[in-house]
Every structure is written in C-alpha cells, then in structure tokens.
Design a protein around this ligand. Sequence first.
Ligand SMILES: [Zn+2]
Length: 126
Amino acid sequence: MSYNSRRQETSFLSLDTSTRDDIISGMPERFIRIYKKFYLDEVKTHLMTYGALSGSCANCKSLDLKIDMLNCPECKTEFKYIAFQNIRDHMPKMLKISHERPQIIFVDYEDFKRIEGEEKAKGILG
Ligand SMILES: [Zn+2]
C-alpha cells in the first residue's frame, strides 16, 4: 500500500519534469528586458552586483562573493536580485542561474547605478 502510493508520487514527479523539458526544448526561452517599478531600498538591500570575476553585496559592500551564494556571508541578506556589470559576458551564467533559481530577478546594472546616483544626489541615501 505505502509502496504503491510512493510509486505514484514518483511517476507524477517525473511526468511533470518531462513536460517542462518538452516546453523548454520546443521553444527556447530567451531573456527580454522588462521595466518594472521597484523601491531602490528594497533592491539595494537584496542585490548582488557582479563584476568580471566576483560579486559584491550592495547592502554591506562585502566583496569577493561567489555567484551562487544565496545569502551574503557578512550581513546575511538574501540575494533576490543580481546585476551584472557586463551582461554580454555573463549570458551563460544567467541561463544557469535562472534555471537553478527561477525566482531570481536580474536587474540592469546601469539602471541601478543611475538611480542610486540620483537618490544620493537628492540626499535621500548616505
Ligand atoms: Zn552583505
């Protein structure tokens, strides 16, 4: 009885996976940039910016972070957003990350820096 119900669960899971794979292979997903309203503070608190070789925490400025870190080792903030300084160099990384962490949101680095600069100029931050 219990063996039977476990079997059903397993077959359901594998069916679910193959359905998803079919959708992905039939029509490849591509990155399309979108515009969405965010509060700068919310993004900044949970943002990793990523340069050529390593990441940095926008919340506490901690350096030398690895791209697959879910939380900052210093301030423990959860990374919900990633901004690549040079997006074209990091497309394979983005594909891998979005597959492993579908909830992650990629933020445009230039947008973030520009808005952060504007807020600083207004004296709202720092
Ligand atoms: Zn941090």
